[in-house]
Design a protein around this ligand. Structure first.
Ligand SMILES: [Zn+2]
Length: 447
């Protein structure tokens, strides 16, 4: 199959005008000028997207598919109030509800050109949704708990659950472990999860330094997480003392970074020395600017992360927080926030953000050998984004058009592993109508 459009963005090399991508089975076999590729393969089926950009599928480096049905349920709250409300509203949902919610997330991901999700779940709903949708996925089993006495049982359950999930997964789905965050996970549980990650060759993922409330809880033992949240989850009988350290320093002191690769989500509230720590241990960062802005969490020092050579990708953090999985929004918000905060246009470009949403995410999870760019031999995870609408024309530079003008509705084609899963408004792996019908009643449960 020959995919062609006005622009092909391999990401690993310059855009090709009037370009094409040759796909054979699940692999990309050639990328170049359309005329050149067509002459070599005169009998090949051609898919011509016209005034559009063909690029690698997006990697959503941080999401929770199962929370998709919470879209709009916890709006206009600061992070800690949002977290408290989300926790409270989660209790009436059944296992089936979580599954339907995750399927809604998978539907939107594919519709948005996301071909790989990096998901944190406790229910495992995203494993089912990803398999059904044909998504590539790295799924992290979430552990949390502040009671030191329960660490062993939590880790036993983690091992068993991950074994069950693995048995139900396909070859596109891999796994990891995610201690939720420093304000919900005790040091011994962090340590046990780190050792578990090392022993299983897993990446460890954690929400880290996302909010002022987390920072205050860890360093000073104060704030909403020390009071309201601990009451809500029944931890107020457990001792918590201020550590005097920032969340990043605190995890370093507990040797969480010593056991293997770590993916840290957010990384906003950092002390001066914290970026040194992230650099020293090669911690990868999931940058979720839309969620961070909507929940008033702050703006991550992205330009500095890039100067230090950290591996960075873009995350949507699920519709529960921000309220779509639109990677174009995420790139645009991310770039504009950096410009507004740094008052310079010099250090970050639209191209940087497309890189982060593709190859950057792949590097962060060690998948850059197979996905994240369009190169011969890589897996055919490819999308096409229409750039022909009135809000986009004239599209002069493809990176500019993608970041400053496009949105998830402009995705017209999503291919994963060489298999077309979405084309021209139609899902080929998921039953859109049925999923929308199943999630509608959940809205009332969350009122
Ligand atoms: Zn999250």
């Amino acid at each position: 199959m020959l995919l062609t459009a006005k622009w092909v963005l391999p990401i690993s090399s310059r855009p090709v005008e009037n370009g094409a991508v040759a796909v054979d089975g699940d692999k990309i076999i050639e990328v170049g000028e359309f005329e050149h590729l067509r002459k070599k393969r005169p009998d090949e089926e051609i898919l011509d997207f016209g005034l559009a950009a063909i690029l690698p599928g997006f990697i959503d480096l941080h999401t929770h598919l199962e929370y998709s049905v919470f879209r709009g349920a916890c709006d206009d709250l600061g992070y800690e109030a949002w977290k408290i409300q989300l926790t409270g509203k989660s209790s009436p949902l059944t296992a089936d509800d979580w599954r339907h919610s995750a399927r809604l997330g998978a539907l939107e991901a594919i519709r948005s050109g996301i071909t790989t999700i990096v998901d944190i779940t406790n229910s495992g709903a995203s494993v089912h949704a990803a398999r059904e949708a044909g998504l590539r996925a790295l799924v992290f089993y979430e552990v949390l708990g502040m009671d030191h006495a329960k660490v062993e049982s939590i880790m036993r359950k983690a091992e068993k659950t991950l074994g069950d999930w693995r048995a139900k997964a396909d070859s596109r789905i891999s796994f990891g472990i995610a201690p939720h965050s420093p304000y919900t996970v005790s040091p011994p549980l962090f340590l046990a999860a780190s050792r578990f990650a090392r022993d299983n060759n897993f990446i460890l993922c954690t929400h880290l330094a996302g909010s002022k409330a987390e920072y205050d809880f860890v360093k000073y033992g104060s704030g909403a997480f020390a009071t309201i949240y601990r009451d809500l989850v029944g931890w107020n009988h457990l001792l918590w003392q201020p550590t005097g350290a920032s969340p990043v320093k605190y995890l370093e002191q507990w040797e969480v970074f010593d056991y293997g690769p770590v993916l840290a989500v957010h990384c906003i509230h950092l002390d001066a020395a914290d970026i040194d720590i992230l650099e020293k241990y090669g911690v990868a960062v999931a940058h979720c600017p839309g969620c961070a802005a909507k929940l008033a969490m702050g703006v991550a020092p992205l330009a500095e992360f890039m100067e230090r050579g950290l591996r960075i990708g873009m995350g949507t953090d699920s519709p529960a927080s921000n309220n779509t999985m639109d990677v174009f929004d995420e790139m645009r918000i991310g770039l504009l926030l950096q410009r507004a905060t740094n008052t310079t246009v010099d250090n970050l470009s639209a191209e940087n953000f497309v890189q982060m949403a593709t190859v950057g995410g792949a590097e962060a999870i060690g998948l850059d050998g197979s996905v994240g760019s369009l190169e011969p031999g890589k897996t055919a995870d490819v999308i096409a984004v229409d750039l022909s609408h009135s809000h986009q024309v004239p599209a002069r530079d493809p990176y500019s058009a993608l970041v400053y003008t496009a949105n998830q509705d402009n995705v017209v084609f999503t291919m994963i592993d060489g298999r077309v899963v979405y084309r021209d408004g139609e899902h080929l792996t998921l039953d859109e109508k049925e999923i929308l019908r199943l999630v509608e009643p959940l809205r009332r449960k969350l009122l």
